[in-house]
Design a protein around this ligand. Structure first.
Ligand SMILES: Cc1cc2nc3c(=O)[nH]c(=O)nc-3n(C[C@H](O)[C@H](O)[C@H](O)COP(=O)(O)OP(=O)(O)OC[C@H]3O[C@@H](n4cnc5c(N)ncnc54)[C@H](O)[C@@H]3O)c2cc1C
Ligand code: SF4
Ligand code: SF4
Length: 449
């Protein structure tokens, strides 16, 4: 990405949308909307001083909503260009309230609430579409109870848990346990506020609130309004303190997830959703199980699936190494249902298809290998580009010309074409680039003639 940002022959238009592509191969005119960030990226140094003062807290989609960010933010730390963006759906100023703290704080003077979208026209010889994919929403399979059970997550969420820059800094804590910690953090703030309120009375009357409360309990209601108020404040504080103590006790038992279950083909190879194999999920489950084991050698993983598709150079060896050295057990099976025990531990009900028996097993965390499905807005983009989609919603190509779309001069690569891993996406991108060069050269030659 850095290389792209620095390359003298590449103009990067991030946070932009293609609105129209007119003309023909060799001489297209693309209309592009550069969306307003409300931050001048030429001035922004990426120092993040603005985010520190921003009072608005929003769920962070980059971390699959397992952490928070501010209303002024950068999508992720290594993003190119290194700049910030104001999220107008949440920023106080754009919601008609008073703020502007980021503008006051920014020493580079980069915050610009008056910035507007810019529409630009580019003359281009060819277009390559590489808008990728999105993961299947597993809540469409009700028996897996994704979203109902906190400790059932997608492989994408698990990637974030494993990442040093993720919500748990690479330690695999379960969402149910994170919820306990988050509640403790919120209650600790409330408790500190309540204690400050009580301290006023304690100072004035030279007595602790606890002692005062015990006195009142034995001697009836106080007559003085001030003392009555103190009593009410303490009675409001008590349930908060009781809940906090109970959660703090519970938190002492929190440990990282050590027994993992991976469920394969969630939405893939399933005639209710996508009949095709998504190609990369067997390998990313093995990879995630190996990394989890590297982080903590006590981790064990069971990968539940119809079969493991380790189809590329060195992949079979990687799979076997995972089994031999990383405590991975490959179980040929079909998972019928996920339920939960009283401690939020997911329980898998599955058919062991080798033994032909229905079994149950309890895990700390379940990870769903969700299908690779067409990216959001594929139909709109196909309309803008004037190209066809196939029956699944990916861009249509033919077996003879696998990177050529239905419109001459427009090419496709990566998961916008079909599910494929990174090496395949990169190889296909090279192929699309070479087809684009051919299209431009051919058009130039035709012009010369
Ligand atoms: C959990 C998980 C783990 C994986 N791990 C591995 C792994 O270890 N190794 C491996 O080889 N593969 C892995 N994969 C597969 C890998 O993610 C894909 O092979 C790869 O991302 C495909 O690259 P792409 O460029 O085609 O699409 P993407 O990576 O999806 O990139 C497409 C880009 O286009 C942008 N975009 C979308 N729409 C528009 C638009 N309209 N205008 C402008 N931009 C747009 C998107 O924001 C995105 O940045 C994993 C997949 C998953 C789900
Ligand atoms: S103006 Fe908006 S982005 Fe800036 S600090 Fe206030 S809420 Fe955050
Ligand atoms: S790669 Fe594996 S998990 Fe993914 S769809 Fe194919 S068989 Fe299923």
């Amino acid at each position: 990405m850095l290389d792209v940002g620095r390359h003298p022959h590449i103009e990067l238009l991030a946070y932009s949308e293609v609105e129209a592509v007119e003309g023909s191969a060799g001489c297209f005119t693309a209309t592009i909307r550069k969306k307003a960030r409300y931050v001048d990226s030429a001035k922004c140094t990426g120092c993040a001083a603005c985010t520190e003062v921003c009072p608005t807290i929003v769920a962070d989609r980059y971390n699959e909503n397992h952490s928070t960010r501010k209303a002024i933010y950068s999508w992720f730390a290594q993003g190119i260009p290194s700049t910030h963006t104001i999220d107008t759906d949440h920023c106080r100023v754009f919601q008609g309230k008073k703020c502007g703290a980021c503008q006051k704080k920014c020493e580079a003077g980069a915050i610009d609430f008056e910035q507007r979208d810019q529409v630009i026209k580019l003359e281009v010889g060819a277009v390559i579409v590489a808008n990728g994919y999105q993961v299947f929403d597993p809540s469409r399979i009700p028996e897996y109870r994704y979203r109902d059970l906190p400790n059932v997550v997608t492989a994408m969420e698990f990637e974030r848990f494993l990442s040093a820059s993720g919500p748990t800094h690479g330690h695999v804590y379960r969402p149910s346990d994170l919820a306990v910690r988050n509640e403790i953090a919120a209650l600790e703030k409330q408790e500190a506020r309540a204690r400050r309120g009580l301290a006023r009375f304690e100072e004035k009357h030279g007595q602790s609130s606890e002692a005062f409360y015990q006195q009142q309990r034995s001697g009836g209601q106080p007559a003085e309004a001030d003392l009555q108020q103190w009593l009410e404040k303490y009675e409001e504080y008590l349930p908060l303190k009781t809940r906090l103590d109970a959660l703090q006790e519970q938190a002492k038992t929190i440990r990282t997830a050590k027994k993992l279950a991976f469920i394969q083909c969630v939405g893939s190879r399933d005639l209710r959703f996508y009949p095709f194999c998504s190609g990369f999920c067997c390998m990313h489950s093995i990879k995630e199980a190996i990394i989890a084991h590297e982080h903590d050698n006590d981790t064990t993983s069971v990968i539940f699936g119809m079969d493991i598709r380790a189809v590329s150079k060195g992949f079979e060896e990687y799979k076997v190494r995972g089994g031999n050295k990383s405590n991975i057990n490959y179980r040929r099976s079909r998972v019928a249902e996920i339920v939960s025990d009283a401690n939020h531990n997911p329980v898998l009900v599955y058919e062991d298809t080798k033994e032909q028996r229905v079994k149950r097993e309890t895990f700390d965390l379940v990870i769903l290998a969700t299908a690779c499905q067409p990216a959001d807005g594929m139909a709109d983009l196909a309309g803008v580009l004037g190209i066809d989609l196939n029956q699944f919603g990916f861009f249509a190509t033919s077996p003879e010309n696998p990177v050529d779309t239905s419109r001459e001069g427009i090419f496709v690569c990566g998961c916008a074409h079909s599910p494929m891993d990174i090496p395949e996406s990169v190889a296909q991108a090279s192929s699309a680039a070479s087809r684009a060069v051919q299209a431009v050269t051919q058009a130039n030659l035709l012009t010369v003639v």
